[in-house]
Write a protein that binds this ligand. Sequence first.
Ligand SMILES: Nc1ncnc2c1ncn2[C@@H]1O[C@H](COP(=O)(O)OP(=O)(O)OP(=O)(O)O)[C@@H](O)[C@H]1O
Length: 903
Amino acid sequence: MSEEKLIDQPDYYEFIEKSRSFSTASSTISNEIMSRYWLHFKLMMWKQYVVFKRNLKSTLFQIGTPLIICVFLVILQEIANYSIESMIVKNPDIVNLHKIPKCWGDGCVTVGVGLTNEEDEFTDWVLRYVAKKNNLEYGKDVKILTKNDPMNLINYLSKYENKTQTAIVLCTGPFILPSNPVLNGTFDCRGNDTSYTVKMYSIMVNSTILNSMFMASWNAPAPLDYPSTAVKVSFDEAILAYYINEKGMPNYDIQLDAQSYPEPKNRYFDGYSIVTESGAFYFFIPPMVTFVVLLSEIVREKEYKLRHGLSMAGMGPSAYWHSWFITGLVFSLIVSNSLIVSGLICDFDLFLHCPYPIILMLFTLFSIAMMFLAFLVSTFLKTTKAAYTASYAFILIGLVLQFFMSNIYIIYLFYSEDVPNWVVAIRTILALYPPFNFSKAFGDIALKASSHYSNSAHRWVSGDDYTWHDFVKTIHGKVSGTSYSVPPTIVTMVTLIGNAFMICILAWYFDHVMPSNRGCADPFYFMFTKKYYGCKRKKVAKNINIEIKQDSNDPVMHEKIKVKELIEKNVPAKGIRLIGIDKVFKKHSYPSNDDIHAVNNMFLEIPNRQLLTLLGHNGAGKSTLINILTGLISSSGGTANICGFDINEDMDEIRNVLGVCPQHDILWNELTAKEHLVLYGRVKGMSYPAIYKEAEEILKRVNLLEEANSLVGTFSGGMKRRLSVAISGIGNPKVIILDEPTTGMDPINRREAWKFIQELKQGRVLILTTHSMEEADVLSDRICVIVDGAIKCIGTSLYLKNQYGDGYRITIITKDPAQVNELIQKVMPSSVKIDSSGGSIVLGIHLNDIKEIGEFVKLMETKEPHEFEKLRELIDDWGLSHTTLEEVFMRVTGKKQSRLMIS
Ligand SMILES: Nc1ncnc2c1ncn2[C@@H]1O[C@H](COP(=O)(O)OP(=O)(O)OP(=O)(O)O)[C@@H](O)[C@H]1O
């Protein structure tokens, strides 16, 4: 059957019968399903294209991210090159080492001396010389701390911790030093030969960082142990000067300088490549852009129920996901190529030395794996805000991991020989994570194609051509003395494909079982049910057990009986039939008092060409019932039949005949009003000429023709509502469900919408929910009042007013209420006083006593003398009105606090 035929059927029931007979002709069905799928897929692709085109700036930014990253890498490389250049010491500073630095701590001693005997002329001369030469004060900066036993000095230093910068044991013998652990050995400065004198000294420097806070050594230049060298130079010079002076020689000076060793060029960092070292870190970002875009867009469509809207219009999940897959694939290819082109523009070795298909494969496979990850994560999230939070978390955690994994040798360590089992376990777990495989494959390529540090040559070497042979070759090498044997890059890429496949399966599974993803959630074992493979269960049981009170006048009970009889007589539902439908929202996995019985065992027959209004307080269960009928949620019990199709079995068929105006507008801000109608019309299988004709007509009817080509993002709330009403009527649906369609509309547009709804009624079944009693009164053929999930009463507006209202009301304005009250009881004995306040009296009178109203009207309207003339004189003004639906509603629901919109 062609799409046009489907829509243009003069009698829709004929179509239904035909489509039933199709069930035997499986090949026709497959063709029908395929052409429908293809149509939906193309529509989704068109929608995606239009949305991305309308968000051109952000789309271009997303595609341009690789260029930004590459330029950033070029800048980083330049900074690195500059830093490496500046590290090379061309003019090393000269550090003078013959001056003892003076310590500046409170009461600190720069050179503390421990004599091995009593002070003599030699020690006095030498110490004064050292002090003078170094601009230090003898007795304060240069000071004898202990005498005789050198252990005394050790004890002193331990006791007065952190007070002496440099200590020196000055052995002026003859004396035998005792063996002790600090001085590490025994020495004898007495000597056997008295023809020469041995002068020995031992230097100790306080070098602990904490304790040297107040010491000059804190700022000592690096090349040598500055204070100890300076002390040595000074003491050598002093001792030498002492003996030279003794022998009448001129003054003698020892000069000792230290210089940094000139850093030779090309040592460690020369040739350093930021791409090799950190490429896997930075190139991780562009594929993540695809991840973020897809995740946020898919979750946005979920949050604003756009996907539900499409499902309600008949779009299957396959077309939806496949279109997102193709969009993601196109995005991945664009971003990958953009990355390669940017890399080539920036002259990166990696891109110059690696075959294009390999590098394209690497980035595209990684992007695809991340795309599936976005699909998977989207099944768990409900709001765009949560999607962005999740995206940032994934990027941040990913970057931290990439930071470590961008050093390929860390990854290679996992493949070292004889690694313990727990390392193999970690390696296997990491291999399930696409960025790990990306880093590994990237590192494999960069290690050859980009300039890299050669472990064997101990220097950076420039990149070489990475060949197809390298691609399939196992990588052997050594890191930190351990040999490794790493699987070839091709294996890593195949693992990436495996990652993508595995994540795709998980995404598919969770899309089915997570509630709120596709409307009705499937059971966790859905793939083992026959229904999943298109096998339908046997139809609804005919024997329905209803407790019937035979003489009951209750219309709700009559409705139940009617439904029972129709089912027993096998009469197909030409409109909507509710058969004991039930919905419980469970708070826990076990039955509890907290469970909400939102829809309670409803039976209802809504014949063709009837508009039934559901009235009910907030939380009565109206939207829940509508969500069940439109397949957004599943019922807990019972079923419903729409145009002969069962909601539990034939939702796809039902969606072909259904038009829905949901409670909340399901619209894309980036599409125009006309594009929405075209989208929904095409989803329902209409031809383009038919849609354009109908769209114009419908837009005119809801007063939106002038805004037909305006973006919905610019619409007011009322305009969006009108568009939603228009959408519900596109594609000639046989059943239309309108959930509070006129909320937010101004009075003029509301009346226009009412007219449109009246027209929609022709030849269709309509269910309307509203809080406007006037709307219900004007539009309904029948009204059904729901209280706490159960049908409380049902009937025409007039019937309900008669049944639950007071019939008529008479309002009287008088200056003497007491007397009027008394007299009125004589004219209208059946009247009941409803209210009396100030000068106003409100009386209620039942329809059956309409005669009494006639008497009263006659009395008030004639000037002729009357026995109750007095009453006429007492009444200043009066009015007669019918009982309002609002009163009926109040009485039935008993919830006067309900939100009522009284127009
Ligand atoms: N997804 C859900 N989970 C749990 N409870 C729910 C859920 N959806 C609805 N309910 C509960 O079911 C009851 C019926 O809600 P429903 O939205 O159908 O009321 P309604 O008649 O449409 O109200 P309103 O007039 O405010 O739109 C309410 O108590 C509501 O809290």
